[in-house]
Ligand binder design. Structure first.
Ligand code: ADP
Length: 490
């Protein structure tokens, strides 16, 4: 029997992407199809989404969705089955999905994503879906609207891709959310005196998933839970960690159109052409010295402040650095300055560049991921698949996907990268030093590349985990739902 799932998210590859969330949301439909799950994804009608749609059908017209006129459109784009919340007042604007072109968060984000959640809950109740799956805070109001919206009751899942983004807003927005007064409580959407969208979803959902088993454990602690640890701990029997898969077609070194030279584990020497292309693109000297790359948001979560501080040390140890990223306006100039100081040894591109992100993975020797926390992380898995050895901190999904090159792992030929414990300048320097030392042992390095390329990070396993969860929830749904008290209204 087919399980029909409404997946709800604020971004989806290849239409709109700011990070790993988009990759995962875009990959889930194909990942779950083999298990008899049909996923339709609801996303906001951003300009780039509207432009990608060829033919649409009107599913519903809202004269007033939380006070805003909106249409729900059915359509397809990029091979995805979509429902688009087309509310021009909320989505038709230049800039990113969350912020204006200057990087300032849109002041009406609460309304934009409450509307998404409300429309998703309405849809899920319409009879066409067996389950609702909401991703991160932007979609997390959907289960809350379901919970307070009366019957029919549909089971729901919230996936935490990053608990550091709680979607917290002032209490003053509550009356505009169209929820019954009792929803503003510790059992409902109230969160430290305001309204917490992620909190609301975690409280209402039948199951909570996050994107790696280690992160699932970590977010139960104050250090990583960002204030939600109590709730997550209380609901721990509903929490499961499922490592993200990667899209092995988009990320396939043997068929990647963004590479100067395609290659596989038996032709690793062809990576050299990609290395030359990276050098040319980023103004690096032609050299065979170990080339470290970064493809990342430049933020403190990603440890990029620490990397900026040790970039000179990396060069002094004989390494080179190629950075692609954007983010914190204070960090971007630090990398640009490092590139100016170490001309030919450090190359930096500030910005978002999908093609260059592939080329770096195909041409650099190692990828640096010194994250302070990392729910799953995708770039280390892309690195593993591309023979670009990951050097990451031992946290979250990095700990779950990289096998550290300690003596035992090297001897057994199972090592795939480097893990280090302290996200400090000393910790990162030590890890880089280890990598540079092993790079000198060509045979050991190659064996590590081959091991990484052998690992299976496809969606096969993770897809099955989600399918089993859906199956379980749809089977137990009628018994497990709390009785809804009152209908949500506009
Ligand atoms: P997060 O979602 O926390 O940013 P992930 O490692 O899970 O981190 O996913 C990041 C995704 O975004 C990867 O697909 C990575 O290749 C991509 N990415 C990050 N920064 C850039 C950039 N500047 N240009 C191109 N792709 C990027």
């Amino acid at each position: 029997m087919t399980i029909r799932v409404l997946s709800v998210a604020s971004e989806i590859f290849p239409l709109v992407k700011t990070g790993g969330l988009a990759d995962v949301v875009g990959a889930l439909p194909a990942a779950l199809a083999p298990y008899g799950v049909r996923l339709t994804t609801m996303v906001p009608g951003y300009p780039e989404v509207m432009r990608a749609l060829r033919k649409t059908r009107l599913v519903h017209h809202y004269p007033s969705l939380l006070g805003v006129e909106a249409r729900l459109l059915g359509g397809a784009a990029g091979g995805l089955d979509l429902l688009i919340l087309d509310a021009p007042r909320l989505s038709s604007r230049d800039g990113g999905p969350y912020a204006d072109p200057s990087g300032t968060q849109w002041p009406d984000n609460w309304l934009r994503f409450a509307a998404l959640g409300r429309a998703a809950a309405d849809c899920a109740r319409g009879g066409e879906f067996d389950l609702l799956h909401a991703h991160d805070w932007q979609a997390a109001m959907a289960p809350a609207y379901l919970r307070y919206g009366g019957s029919p009751r549909v089971p729901s899942v919230v996936t935490i891709h990053n608990v550091a983004f709680p979607g917290r807003f002032p209490a003053e927005i509550f009356p505009s959310l169209g929820l019954p007064p009792e929803a503003f409580s510790i059992e409902g959407v109230e969160y430290y005196g305001g309204v917490g969208f992620l909190k609301a979803g975690l409280q209402a959902a039948d199951a909570i998933t996050t994107v790696s088993p280690t992160y699932a454990e970590q977010i139960r602690t104050p250090e990583f839970g960002m204030g939600l640890e109590g709730l997550i701990e209380a609901r721990r029997d509903r929490v499961v960690g499922i490592v993200n898969g990667i899209d092995t077609e988009t990320w396939d070194p043997a068929a990647d159109p963004h590479l100067a030279s395609i290659f596989d584990a038996t032709t690793l020497e062809l990576r050299q052409e990609n290395r030359r292309a990276v050098e040319q693109t980023l103004g690096l000297d032609r050299s065979d010295a170990p080339l470290f790359c970064v493809v990342s948001r430049l933020t403190s979560q990603k440890g990029m402040d620490v990397l900026a501080a040790v970039a000179g040390d990396l060069v002094a140890m004989g390494g080179r650095l190629a950075v692609l990223g954007s983010g914190d306006p204070k960090l971007e100039p630090r990398f640009a300055a490092a590139a100016a100081r170490h001309k030919g040894r450090i190359g930096v591109k500030i910005g978002y560049d999908e093609a260059l992100s592939h080329l770096l993975q195909g041409g650099a020797d190692a990828i640096l991921i010194p994250s302070r926390f990392e729910p799953c992380g995708l770039t280390q898995m892309y690195g593993l698949r591309y023979g670009c050895v990951p050097v990451g901190s031992r946290t979250g999904g990095l700990a779950d996907t990289i096998i550290d090159a300690n003596e035992a792992a090297l001897a057994a030929r199972v090592a795939t990268g480097f893990l280090f414990d302290e996200v400090t300048e000393e910790g990162l320097i030590r890890a880089v030093k280890r990598a540079i030392a092993l790079f000198a042992d060509r045979e050991a390095w190659r064996s590590m590349q081959e091991q990484g390329m052998k690992a299976d990070f496809s969606w096969k396993r993770s897809g099955r985990c989600y399918a089993e969860l859906y199956q379980h929830l749809t089977e137990i749904a009628p018994r497990s739902k709390p009785a809804a008290k009152r209908s949500a209204s506009d």
